[in-house]
Design a protein around this ligand. Structure first.
Ligand code: F3S
Length: 392
């Protein structure tokens, strides 16, 4: 791989963390046949929850910070295992909290923005079309590639961190225009109306196309929240990092000579059933990926003046939560018995240790991970239906 003089210097750096980061990127580039590095505008680090990375992860991050690791481009952190202000109230174990705080402190030492969100594009890190970035959270990768038009591969935790430190990533995969073409066509004949419908379409498609790049026809509208639900689901059941929605995210003509499948009403209903294993959830969670202001507004309007018969978590970033606090939405939701939480979500927090055995979600990504990662039975439905079930 051709390296610039500056990149050669990074490879020979006296700073152990910089040298290791550059070595990792060069190895990655060699594996994928990259001819050069590319400068990035931002990075996004995953592997932030103590539940996900455990003691080896804490030690690695602390050690890397001590060696002089420092982000050289704006780098946002994925969700942590707890809300840093409300963990005690939620019943999170003190030993877990202590480890999670050590992770936070190591990230801070590395100059990583303590955003703790999987929707950084709603919380101050919105790339521009065509920019190269190195993001790791799969749902955010899908969103910035497909909706925003920025370019990132689906980074792992270490490669995103290495990119953050060096400000570079090898030029391969989705950084190359020739790799950003549809490989599969999905003709949607079902009526896709709710955000959960988009999520169900996504989980069905991800399973079918795996790491392909689907092009959807037949979806005539789709807002930011719908598209983040679609992308998150495909990234969970498959490894989709780029998709196209005709007339919504792309003006490109439908691809020809690619594999084609049809998603009809039967597939839509079957997908709801596939994702549902519980009918009496103890905890309803909205906000996978983390809620936008509009989603919090919807929840507040639905529960206003009512009383919840189960627990409700509304998960979002600290910055969107501040907005919800200021606009009285947190107060409305909490008056009904819910909680608006920052920094975390029900998948990366230890909900199984808080006593929950069954959860409800409008996210196909959460519905996919909750059984295996959190020992949960799951009810999957759109948020209006889920909230209607538990409000009096
Ligand atoms: Fe985000 Fe947690 Fe879902 S990290 S995408 S809310 S599983």
């Amino acid at each position: 791989m051709h390296l610039t003089q500056h990149e050669e210097d990074l490879l020979e750096s006296d700073n152990d963390a910089v040298r290791k980061a550059m070595e990792l990127l060069v190895k990655l580039g060699d594996i994928y046949g990259a001819e050069e590095m590319i400068e990035i505008e931002s990075a996004q680090a995953s592997g932030i929850s103590y539940k996900s990375i455990g003691d080896p992860g804490v030690e690695f991050l602390e050690g890397f910070a001590e060696e002089g690791a420092e982000a050289s481009v704006p780098t946002f952190a994925n969700p942590a295992g707890m809300d840093f202000e409300r963990w005690e109230e939620l019943g999170i174990d003190e030993a877990f909290a202590e480890k999670q705080k050590r992770i936070r402190d190591a990230l801070k030492e590395m100059g990583i923005v303590l955003s703790f969100t999987c929707t950084p594009y709603l919380a101050g890190n919105l790339p521009r079309r065509g920019q190269h970035v190195a993001w790791a959270e799969s749902s955010a990768v899908s969103f910035v590639n497909s909706v925003v038009g920025a370019k990132t591969n689906r980074e792992g935790g270490p490669s995103a961190l290495a990119a953050a430190i060096t400000g570079r990533t090898p030029r391969y995969g989705l950084h190359l225009e020739e790799n950003r073409q549809p490989t599969f066509r999905i003709d949607v004949e079902a009526n896709i109306e709710s955000q959960a419908d988009f999520a169900a379409l996504g989980s069905w498609t991800g399973r079918l196309v795996e790491d392909g790049k689907p092009y959807f026809t037949g979806i005539n509208s789709g807002g930011t929240d719908d598209l983040k639900a679609l992308g998150a689901a495909m990234a969970a059941t498959g490894a989709v990092a780029l998709h196209f929605v005709e007339g919504v995210t792309t003006e490109m003509e439908p691809p020809e000579n690619v594999e084609t499948a049809t998603f009809g009403e039967g597939e839509l209903q079957a997908e709801y059933e596939e994702l549902t294993t519980a009918d009496d959830p103890e905890l309803v969670v909205i906000g996978c990926p983390h809620c936008s202001p509009e989603e919090i507004q919807d929840v507040a309007a639905t529960v206003e003046g009512k009383t919840l018969s189960s627990d409700l978590w509304v998960c979002t970033s600290a910055s969107v939560k501040t907005w919800a606090d200021r606009n009285g939405l947190t107060e409305t939701i909490e008056a009904a018995g819910g909680k608006v939480l920052a920094d975390t979500c029900n998948v990366v927090s230890p909900i199984e240790e808080l006593g929950y055995e069954s959860s409800a979600t409008d996210s196909a990504k959460a519905a996919t991970y909750l059984p295996g990662f959190c020992n949960q039975d799951v009810a999957f439905n759109d948020k209006e239906a889920l909230l209607a079930e538990v409000t009096e």
